[in-house]
Write a protein that binds this ligand. Structure first.
Ligand code: HEM
Ligand code: HEM
Length: 197
């Protein structure tokens, strides 16, 4: 069996898709809530955003731990050196972002002079970081949080483009090895020139 046919484990797949879905929802809702006028809806959206964001942080740390202790399947042999480097940069960048974005959000609310408590889904209290509090500090973290979210959008376009290129142009198994097994029959092609069976 070629290394190309190896897949990510169920744990790696579950963490990849859970985190991906939450980030893809958090980014637009983050921008929407930021632009809303003060209201109860805005307040509720902030609390939900903080709660889901802290769950993303927890899952991302678990995922990093998993990744550092489990090997990923090897990249297909046909990939050029620059494609391998780009894939590596994207993946390492994503790990930094899925931890960095929620962390800067947490630091932002810790630095806020409003001092609003953080409770996951209004129940589990989360302590704030002992960072300088004030408008300047808060603005710094808001700005960083926003820039990291924008970098994520750019990287996501590259990442999804790469996954689709692998599947439809290179016709290899890179997309298949990350999708849930239940979807394999729908996505599998009958013949694939670059796939070594
Ligand atoms: C999955 C992780 C997260 C993503 C993708 C994300 C993304 C975003 C985005 C795109 C914005 C809008 C930025 C702007 O318009 O300035 C935002 C705003 C915000 N985020 Fe997050 N965020 C995440 C996690 C968190 C966490 C964990 C917290 C706090 C515990 C948090 C707190 C906030 C707050 C308070 C705002 C509003 C800032 C303002 O209105 O000025 N975020 N987030
Ligand atoms: C914000 C959302 C996403 C993030 C943060 C993300 C992050 C990552 C990371 C870090 C890896 C490397 C896994 C590892 O080796 O440990 C990866 C792999 C992968 N992702 Fe995503 N991803 C996202 C969305 C998507 C989407 C929407 C697709 C679907 C087109 C996708 C398809 C894949 C595939 C096919 C791989 C396997 C690549 C390989 O085998 O080398 N990802 N993703």
């Amino acid at each position: 069996m070629s290394t190309e046919t190896q897949r990510y484990s169920s744990v790696a797949k579950a963490l990849h898709w859970l985190i991906a879905v939450m980030i893809i929802v958090q980014i637009p809702t983050g921008f929407i809530m930021h632009n809303l006028a003060f209201s109860e809806t805005k307040y509720t959206m902030y609390q939900l955003h903080k709660s889901f964001g802290l769950i993303v942080l927890t899952l991302s740390l678990l995922r990093l731990g998993w990744r550092l202790t489990h090997k990923a399947p090897a990249l297909p042999d046909h990939m050029k050196p620059w494609e391998r480097v780009l894939a590596r940069i994207t993946h390492v960048g994503f790990y930094a972002l899925i931890i960095g974005i929620p962390l800067t959000g947490w630091l932002m609310v810790s630095a806020s002079p409003l001092g609003i408590d953080t409770k996951i889904f209004y129940v589990i209290p989360v302590p704030h970081w002992p960072v300088p509090v004030g408008e300047a500090a808060e603005s710094f973290w808001i700005e960083t949080h926003e820039v990291l979210a924008k970098i994520t959008i750019g990287l996501l376009v590259l990442h999804v483009g790469g996954a689709l290129k692998h599947h439809f142009v290179d016709k290899d198994s890179v997309l298949l090895r990350m999708v849930p097994s239940a979807l394999h029959s729908k996505l599998r092609r009958d013949s694939s020139p670059k796939e070594a069976h």
